[in-house]
Design a protein around this ligand. Structure first.
Ligand code: AMP
Ligand code: ZN
Length: 471
């Protein structure tokens, strides 16, 4: 079976063929960092982290780049409100975002570039666009992209230039009276009082939003990349404009596959800061393990809208716990496992269990259908629960555990709870170690110290007795 990806560009599922054999260059538009991220922002993070994990399962080496937009009107506004530099705001929320990502088990990107660190590249690309006749400077130093100069404009969003001309107000920005055409968009704009700015040959100013991604993608991944992704609200104008800038400047096809996740909604309306109908990831973490949030997001296909509700979160919680409980039970049974070798019946079950892995891959090969992939994990859990029993062989029990852990891990779900030692248990083990030492049973004393170390507890022998701390 080959991997198929739905490509917004062609509106079709296409076989995935990377530019370079065995490697994937992937760019995911990241958040603007002026506040804690909401769970709508978390959807692309979880979805594309899962895409990355599955590509790795298929043996690809994935170079995954995701930016932080750290210069923007909303960041500047917040900085002015707090009376601090913009950088203080963006740094703070980048750190908070990384904390949320860790909680959701979203792996850090290979690189997380910051827009403010890439200004030189932006100036260079804007310069090239002017030289090639795709951009122009207006009287106040604003630089615009000449949209009609890029013949394929509209190819991603399947819009026609003349339809757009019908007064699409969302395209208009300040100073638009200086534009040659209403469709033109900003590449560089003059600073306003109190705003961060950079020197340029046109004016002291800052970049438009779209140019950031074209430049960062080129710098870290090259002129041509395999996958470019983000939420569906980015198709137009953001991604359409990125294509125009990159292809006009580089003369090459920018990205082969364009992937877009559908919205996370509340009462069938997009969750967003501006509508005020949002929950932050931090809010959710007060009520649920963030693994439940991850499970909830993956229980739908990424191109289907997903409605957030308490009821669905509760369902996700019990679904997730069903997997955790099965692994817990396997760990318990492993404690009393009888012998190493599997019995005939166990061997047959191990063979049968391989089928789950194959079906999981089939689901994921079909445009990353995590909803079906999770159903396969459930079937596996059911199979395991009916086939394991006390006194099973170690080989069989560990094979079943590995199977569940492997598939869950591709979804980024942590389903094995590392048991936290309670203080009382630690004290009891320390006492046992002291008794073993007194009885000159040093082997046992060392084994206890190692066991504790394995669980992150460091022992220190002091004059006042044994002390312990978390490593
Ligand atoms: P922003 O910070 O608004 O640029 O958004 C960062 C990412 O989150 C983009 O890929 C958006 O498309 C995505 N996003 C924002 N709101 C939602 C939502 N309600 N559902 C799904 N994705 C969203
Ligand atoms: Zn972008």
């Amino acid at each position: 079976m080959s991997l198929k990806i739905y490509n917004t560009l062609t509106k079709k599922k296409e076989e995935f063929v990377p530019i370079e054999t065995g490697k994937v260059r992937m760019y995911v538009c990241g958040p603007t960092v002026y506040n804690l991220i909401h769970i709508g922002n978390a959807r692309p993070m979880i979805v594309f982290d899962t895409v990355r994990r599955y590509l790795e399962r298929r043996g690809y080496e994935v170079n995954y780049v995701s930016n932080f937009t750290d210069v923007d009107d909303k960041i500047i506004k917040k900085a002015l409100e707090e009376g601090v530099e913009s950088e203080v705001i963006s740094r703070r929320y980048i750190e908070e975002c990384k904390r949320d990502m860790e909680g959701m088990n979203v792996r850090p990107a290979t690189v997380h570039p910051l827009a403010t660190q890439e200004i030189d590249g932006m100036l260079e690309m804007i310069h090239t666009l002017i030289e090639k006749g795709h951009a122009y400077e207006a009287a106040d130093g604003t630089v615009y992209f000449r949209t009609r100069s890029f013949a394929q404009y509209g190819k991603l969003s399947h819009k026609n230039l003349d339809d757009l001309q019908g007064g699409n107000r969302s395209l208009l920005v300040s100073g638009e009276d200086q534009k040659e055409d209403a469709l033109d968009f900003v590449l560089w704009k003059p600073k306003k009082e109190g705003e961060p700015y950079w020197e340029s040959q046109w004016c002291q100013g800052r970049p438009g939003w779209h140019i950031e991604c074209s430049v960062m993608s080129r710098k870290y991944l090259g002129d041509e990349i395999d996958i470019h992704a983000g939420g569906e609200d980015l198709v137009f104008p953001h991604h359409e404009n990125e294509i125009a800038q990159s292809e006009a400047a580089n003369g090459k096809t920018f990205a082969r596959y364009w992937m877009h996740n559908a919205f996370l909604n509340i009462d069938n309306r997009k969750m967003s800061k501006s509508l005020g109908n949002f929950f932050t990831v931090r809010d959710i973490s007060e009520k649920y393990d963030l693994q439940v949030l991850r499970f909830f997001m993956l229980s739908a296909h990424y191109r289907s809208p997903l409605n957030f509700s308490d009821q669905l979160m509760e369902a996700a919680k019990s679904g997730y716990e069903r997997i955790v409980t099965s692994v817990d039970n396997l760990n318990f049974l492993l404690g009393g496992a009888a012998g190493e070798e599997p019995t005939e019946a166990e061997r047959a079950a191990m063979e049968e269990a391989k089928g789950f892995s194959e079906r999981f891959d089939e689901a994921m090969d079909d445009d990353f259908n995590t909803a079906d992939a999770i159903s396969v994990i459930f079937e596996l859990v059911k199979f395991v629960n009916t086939h394991v029993k006390e006194g099973g062989s170690r080989a069989f029990l560990s094979a079943m555990k590995e199977e569940i852990l492997n598939l869950s891990q591709v979804c980024g779900l942590i389903v094995e709870k590392k048991e936290e030692l309670l203080d009382g248990d630690i004290e009891a083990l320390i006492e046992e170690r002291q008794a073993a030492r007194k009885a000159k049973d040093f082997a046992r004393a060392d084994a206890i110290r190692d066991e504790l170390l394995g669980k992150g507890i460091l022992l220190e022998d002091t004059r006042e007795g044994v002390k312990w701390k978390k490593a």
